[in-house]
Write a protein that binds this ligand. Sequence first.
Ligand SMILES: [Ca+2]
Length: 123
Amino acid sequence: MSLSSILSADAIDSAVKGCQAPDTFCPKKFFQMCGLAKKTPQDVKKVFAILDNDGSGYIEEEELKFFLQRFSPAARVLTERETKAFLSAADDDSDGRIGADGEKIFGILYMIFCSMTRSRLFS
Ligand SMILES: [Ca+2]
């Protein structure tokens, strides 16, 4: 399973290009640009499983650093500042990792879902 089977290559490409410069990565903007914001919760879980490289059930700081490279191997790694900001936005219980269930990364994604696909999700 790779991300390109869930998201379109063009969308991944433009999302990665949109944050090419260090310290310009914005999770919300990225999720919208790569098309993840329009995906179903099931697809989001698949993406999570890919980002959770070691299958621990959490996305740790080390995995988060390579976030962009999971989408496109040629992409840069996130800077320490971006990694920390992403983690603190998504890590609800401050254990230094992002969990698949009930934690804030899905809160963020669902917020985007709600604004973009409310009828599809909640009808
Ligand atoms: Ca992990």
